[in-house]
Design a protein around this ligand. Structure first.
Ligand code: AMP
Length: 396
């Protein structure tokens, strides 16, 4: 399989699937440029080689309608600023107008196509639509991890029209490498920290990860299903009674596989789901009725600390408390600090999937961990052990 660095783009037109699904305010200004910045190195590589870049993305959910509010023209100036090149825009992503704009594109220039999802065919993975897209480049680069779990025309189907001229962009390659480190090649002990609200949304991840890790920390709202399943009293804590058998089965599987499972010992319990609620620290299996566990307690954090500092490879998915409320964010912040320390000591740390990324950004840990994934759903599906169609299409 070729990497981006195996290609020389001199006189070549690179058709790049990027994830420019960025947030806009009511004046249609981009409020967060992270995704554009993330695609920049790939675009610059093409331009510096002496080629041109044709960028394609979706924005929002127009569902096959040409909704002007979701036009990519709104982001054209911001893309120009971030990349440092004046980006041209064409108000279609297939057909004569797009083909003409591509034909006129000179080396060193960048063209942004209109929203792919103005066509239903994009999300349907339509072959004809993908074929039309394929006319717009000599080489296909997929650099959109956020949509790599979708078999859409621009993320997957189009790749077949470039049998010898397709590769991952730098961003997607970095995501794949980070997942590989956690799942296969990382130095032991490998630790997964799984938090968040519900066991039900993390079951497939837990089951898949049991084959890969030495230690598993279970935190957040998931805790209480495990505790109650073992006979503990969880008061009014969030708990999925119908998942208790599953929790016991997970603990049994972990034991058979030699995985050390670390469940909170004590928690910060509150008498209401509210930042101003009364709180007290109680043992995790002795939470009185009327009280609910909303954050990890001090004994728990001491234990988590030693496990985290001992790890050489760390995956973090899901907060260990209701971090959105200041009074219940301490556990999640502490876990972030321990991961920071472990990373400074040489461990590889990956944060990915859902709310842990929000927590990491909110508390400023983004620069302190080894890698923060850019794809919520795509990362979750990777952790579940699924092969993402967008990745398989490049490898094929
Ligand atoms: P997830 O998207 O599955 O990672 O879940 C994240 C959510 O879990 C966050 O919004 C947290 O507030 C929530 N959460 C974490 N700990 C608890 C808890 N003890 N009780 C209720 N919700 C929690």
């Amino acid at each position: 399989m070729k990497t981006l660095d195996d290609f020389n783009f001199e006189d070549k037109k690179a058709l790049i699937r990027v994830d420019f699904n960025v947030p806009l305010n009511e004046d249609f200004e981009v409020t967060d440029t992270n995704r554009i910045e993330a695609a920049k190195p790939t675009i610059i590589k093409v331009l510096e080689d002496g080629g041109s870049a044709i960028l394609m993305s979706h924005l929002g959910r127009p569902k096959g309608q040409k909704n002007p509010d979701l036009s990519l023209k709104h982001i054209c100036d911001t893309v120009s600023e971030v990349i440092g090149v004046s980006v041209k825009f064409v108000p279609d992503c297939i057909g004569d107008e797009a083909e003409k704009a591509v034909a006129e594109l000179q080396n060193g220039e960048v063209l942004l196509l209109e929203n792919l999802r103005y066509y239903d065919e994009e999300e349907k993975g339509d072959e004809e639509f993908a074929k039309k897209l394929s006319k717009l480049g000599d080489v296909y680069i997929n650099d959109a991890f956020g949509t790599a779990h979708r078999a859409h025309a621009s993320t997957t189907i189009v790749a077949k029209y470039f049998p010898d001229a397709k590769c991952f962009g730098y961003l997607l390659a970095k995501e794949i490498e980070a997942i590989e480190k956690v799942m296969r090649t990382g130095e032991k002990p490998v630790l997964a920290i799984l938090g968040g609200a519900k066991v039900s949304s993390k079951i497939t991840i837990i089951e898949n990860i049991l084959d890969k890790v030495d230690d598993l920390i279970i935190g957040g709202g998931m805790t209480y299903t495990f505790v109650k399943a073992q006979g503990g009293k969880v008061g009014d804590s969030i708990c999925e009674d119908d998942k208790m058998d599953l929790a016991m089965d997970i603990l049994k599987q972990a034991k058979e596989k030699g995985v050390n499972v670390h469940i909170p010992l004590d928690v910060v319990a509150a008498d209401d789901f509210n930042n101003e609620a009364n709180t007290k620290v109680v043992d995790v299996d002795k939470i009185p009725d009327g009280w609910q566990g909303l954050d990890a307690g001090p004994k728990t954090l001491e234990n988590f600390k030693s496990v985290i500092l001992n790890a050489k490879t760390i995956l973090w998915n899901g907060p260990v408390g209701v971090f959105e409320m200041e009074n219940f964010a301490k556990g999640t912040i502490a876990v972030g600090n321990y991961i920071d320390q472990a990373t400074q000591n040489g461990a590889f740390s990956l944060v990915g999937g859902g709310d842990s990324v929000a927590a990491v950004k909110q508390f400023g840990f983004e620069e302190k961990v080894s890698y923060v994934s850019t794809g919520g759903g795509a990362m979750l599906e990777s952790l579940e052990g699924k092969t993402l169609p967008g990745i398989a299409a490049i490898i094929a």
